[in-house]
Design a protein around this ligand. Structure first.
Ligand SMILES: [Zn+2]
Length: 122
């Protein structure tokens, strides 16, 4: 093998590694971005739950009925929860993982049995 062939092979290998690294780092960026979005959605849920608690207690104190405003806030939580679920699915797709259908543990896509609960995942 002459120098020119060798050099070509080496530079191709470097190129492959670089594009692999670029792909990995853009994946990592995407994963971080989605995780941050999920965290912020979870914070919103906690804020709404606090608001519901305050509304219910105020109503109790004033002997009033707050059904409709509490219901509206509960629906908002449902909306956010759906949003979190779809982001979690997107995240699993990027990370090439899946969730156990029984215990919800995140596992590599090719896992046959859940190591946590023993569920057959085939
Ligand atoms: Zn499981």
């Amino acid at each position: 093998m002459n120098f020119k062939d060798n050099f070509g092979k080496i530079s191709k290998s470097i190129g492959d590694k670089a594009s692999f690294a670029a792909k990995k780092s853009s994946e990592l960026f995407e994963v971080t971005k989605i995780n941050m979005a999920i965290d912020s959605e979870k914070e919103k849920v906690i804020e709404i739950e606090e608001k519901i608690g305050h509304l219910v207690y105020t109503a109790y104190k004033e002997k009033e009925n707050v059904d409709s405003s509490v219901l509206k806030l509960c629906r908002k939580i449902d909306e956010i929860t759906e949003n979190i679920a779809s982001m979690t699915k997107k995240l699993a797709k990027i990370k090439n993982s899946k969730f156990c259908s029984k215990c919800d543990l995140e596992l590599p896509n090719d896992t046959k049995y859940c190591p946590n609960c023993g569920k057959n995942l085939d």
